[in-house]
Design a protein around this ligand. Structure first.
Ligand code: 5GP
Ligand code: ZN
Length: 130
């Protein structure tokens, strides 16, 4: 059984922020910032690519609601809402979850690094549109 399913079944303790019939939200054990929270469906699905619409809607709905509340309660200046898909993208737990990562001006919790050489955007536009 996956580690998040064990948490959902209360076999492993966690700090629960929100719970309903379909969705669980817990504090990340290894936070990137103050208030870093995870939101997951109780149903085991691997990632966003593998998720049925109903489950995704339920998790997204709670994610948005919690992000607004967490922003207020932590006095954060912004937040990243991220769902990593597959190992290459940094997914380490194969059970869909959204990270809510409150951001504070000047922090270095997450950064994006653009390619130093811009690829042929016309070619990529064609590839992705067709
Ligand atoms: P991923 O790397 O898959 O995008 O995110 C997995 C997240 O789950 C990581 O940020 C990691 O710190 C967190 N995590 C892993 N194991 C546990 C655990 O047992 N409890 C809690 N609360 N978080 C966990
Ligand atoms: Zn699971």
């Amino acid at each position: 059984m996956c580690i998040f399913c064990s948490i959902i079944n209360h076999e492993i303790p966690s700090r629960v922020i929100y719970e309903d019939e379909n969705v669980l939200s817990i504090l990340d054990i290894n936070p990137l910032s103050k208030g870093h929270t995870l939101v997951m469906p109780k149903k085991h699905v691997t990632d966003i690519l593998d998720t049925d619409q109903e489950t995704l809607d339920q998790v997204m709905h709670v994610t948005q609601k919690l992000a607004v509340e967490i922003m207020k309660k932590t006095n954060a200046d912004g937040c990243n809402i991220v769902s990593n898909c597959k190992e290459a993208a940094g997914q380490s737990v194969d059970h869909l979850h959204f990270h809510i990562i409150p951001r504070y001006t000047g922090d270095t919790a997450i950064s994006f690094h653009p390619l130093t050489e811009t690829p042929d955007l016309e070619e990529i536009e064609k590839l992705l549109k067709d």
